[in-house]
Design a protein around this ligand. Structure first.
Ligand code: PMP
Length: 391
């Protein structure tokens, strides 16, 4: 019998064999022509995946938190005002990072966990003062709430703020059109819908963000994260002219290039549609099994993940039983409701069979912990959506 479990957490996700092969290739010199060719191609492909043809990509060794940190330290000067639109744990993290660099931060929270601040509430705050920047967490992985990036970005722009999007749990899964929607900077990490093992911080800075960094008066108070040190590296990679600042993660960048190629072969619109479809199927199963979800309404819910509340009488022991059936899902993360819900990631290369296998494992787990339901009801609900195909 196969001993492998299906990894269905909201990152890291499962990775394609071609990506893993690139990770395992003999490492070449970071200034070798064949590496520079791949680095160059990966930078260009990132612009296509972020839908930001005029953006400046940064590929740096680190996790998503470094991408947040780097964005903050290059754009904030002490005393600058920053507005954080928060829909959970990662909004608060952005606020803490910005505060660390001396920003005067106003955090707008949702009226309740699972909700998002109304556009009107955000606009009220934007009217009160001049904000240098605002941050939006596209999908907050602690609540599975998806923010209205398009609406919020338009508001931020209208009030003169740079718009930063934490797309760690969204880029290459959720629809996000950076240039068209007026987003000035999007950041992500490799291990979610981008489809590469953890280890890369990815930032796409639009022209206004780059200009703001160039015009700052005070020095960037972080040696490693200073764009002034990394920009020549990214530019020289695209010019295929080797330069050194810090040794780039050669194998990760090969793997990234492979994964970005696969993403673009699928096509961004098809990819967004597949994520919506598989998410709808999984959520239909959750509902049919009588479980509520953390997001307050369907239009607030992410397509890259689902956060079901445990049904009455069920607790975290359910996760052990789901694992026994071969699928790994994640526990709660939001500190206020941590023990009351669990999280399932369905992003990246996830397929309809992964969805059915996961629903099957959830049904197995629910049966094992004594929850009463009609076996197969979740599977039937998911299959009904899957048979319809992506819209
Ligand atoms: N933002 C969001 C929305 C996330 O989901 C995560 C990671 N789960 C992060 C930021 C931080 O990324 P990392 O764990 O790679 O540092």
């Amino acid at each position: 019998m196969k001993d492998r479990k299906l990894l269905m957490i909201p990152g890291p996700i499962e990775f394609m064999p071609e990506v893993m092969r690139a990770m395992g290739m003999p490492t070449t010199s970071h200034v070798a022509p064949n590496f520079l060719e791949v680095f160059d191609q990966a930078l260009k492909r990132l612009r296509e995946v972020f839908l930001c043809p005029d953006g400046q990509p940064f590929i740096i060794a680190g996790s998503g938190t470094l991408a947040m940190d780097m964005s903050a330290v290059n754009l904030i000067e002490p005393g600058d005002r920053a507005l954080v639109v928060s829909t959970g744990y990662f909004g608060s993290r952005f606020a803490a990072i910005l505060e660390g660099y001396g920003a005067d931060v106003v955090q707008v929270d949702a009226p309740s966990i699972g909700d998002a601040p109304a556009l009107e509430a955000v606009e009220e705050v934007l009217k009160e003062a001049d904000y240098k920047l605002m941050t939006i967490t596209h999908v907050d992985t602690s609540t599975a709430v998806r923010a209205d990036v398009k609406g919020l970005a338009a508001l931020g722009r209208a009030h003169g703020a740079l718009v930063l999007v934490d797309g760690v749990c969204s880029v290459a899964g959720e629809e996000l059109r950076q240039a068209e929607w007026g987003v000035d900077l999007t950041l992500t990490a490799s291990q979610k819908a981008i489809g590469v093992p953890p280890g890369l911080a990815l930032v796409m800075a639009g022209p206004r963000a780059m200009e703001a960094a160039r015009r700052r008066k005070s020095p960037v108070i972080n040696y490693y994260a200073d764009w002034a040190r990394w920009l020549p590296i990214m530019e020289s990679a695209e010019a295929r002219d080797p330069r050194y600042f810090g040794t780039p993660p050669v194998n990760h960048i090969w793997a990234l290039n492979v994964s970005l190629g696969q993403i673009l072969d699928e096509g961004m619109d098809a990819r967004f549609a597949r994520h919506r479809w598989l998410s709808e199927a999984f959520k239909a199963a959750v509902e049919a099994l009588g479980m509520a979800q953390v997001p307050a309404s369907a239009d607030r819910a992410a397509n890259t993940m689902t956060a079901p509340y445990f049904p009455p009488g069920v607790d975290q022991g359910l996760l052990t039983e789901i694992k026994r059936a071969g699928v790994i899902v994640a526990g709660g993360l939001h500190p206020d409701i941590k023990a009351e819900y669990f999280r399932v990631g369905h992003m990246g290369v996830v397929t309809s069979s992964d969805i059915l296998a996961t629903v099957g494992a959830v049904e197995y787990g629910l049966a094992r912990v004594g929850y009463r339901f009609e076996p197969g009801v979740g599977l039937a609900a998911a299959q009904t959506v899957l048979l319809r195909g992506p819209a």
